[in-house]
Design a protein around this ligand. Sequence first.
Ligand code: NAP
Length: 133
Amino acid sequence: MLLISRTESKLVAAAEEVAKKYNVQTKYSVVDFANADEATWQRTTTALASLDVGLLINNVGLSYDHCEYFEHLSDQDVRNMVEVNITSVNQVSSQTQKLHSTASKPCKRCCETASQLVLRSRIVALAKSPPSE
Ligand SMILES: NC(=O)c1ccc[n+]([C@@H]2O[C@H](COP(=O)([O-])OP(=O)(O)OC[C@H]3O[C@@H](n4cnc5c(N)ncnc54)[C@H](OP(=O)(O)O)[C@@H]3O)[C@@H](O)[C@H]2O)c1
C-alpha cells in the first residue's frame, strides 16, 4: 500500500498501523497536491512504478473554511481547490493507468480506478439533475 499526503509524521504512523494490523507492505510519499510541480509528479510516478496498483482511492479533498459565496473566495482559494480536487485525481489516475498499460503482463482485474468511478458517478448525477431555474 502506498499512502500519499503532506504530513510525514501522520504518514509514518498510518503506514505502521496498517502494516501491523493487516500484515501488508506499506510505503508513503510526502506530497502537497496544492503545490505540486513537475518534480512532484515525477516522484509520484516513481513511487507508483514500484507497485502493482489494483485500487486507487482518492480521499484528499478541499472545500471552503465556511459557507461562502463563490465570488468572495480569493483567487488562491480557487486555485487550491482546482489543484487538490481536480488536478491531483487526474494526474494520479493518468499516471497509474499509463504504468498499467505499459506493464509486461496485462492487468486482468478491473482497471478502472476508484477515483474515476467517483468522477463518473458525479457526472451521471449531474446529467440526471433537472436544469436549475
Ligand atoms: N469531513 C467531512 O465532513 C466531509 C464531508 C463530505 C465530504 N468530505 C470529503 O471526504 C474527504 C476526506 O475528508 P476529511 O475531512 O477526512 O479530509 P482531511 O482530513 O482534510 O484530509 C484527508 C486527507 O488528505 C490529506 N491532505 C489534505 N490536503 C492535502 C494536500 N494539499 N495534499 C496532499 N494531501 C492532503 C490529509 O493529510 P495531510 O493533512 O497530512 O496532508 C488527510 O490524510 C475529502 O475529500 C472531503 O472533501 C468530508
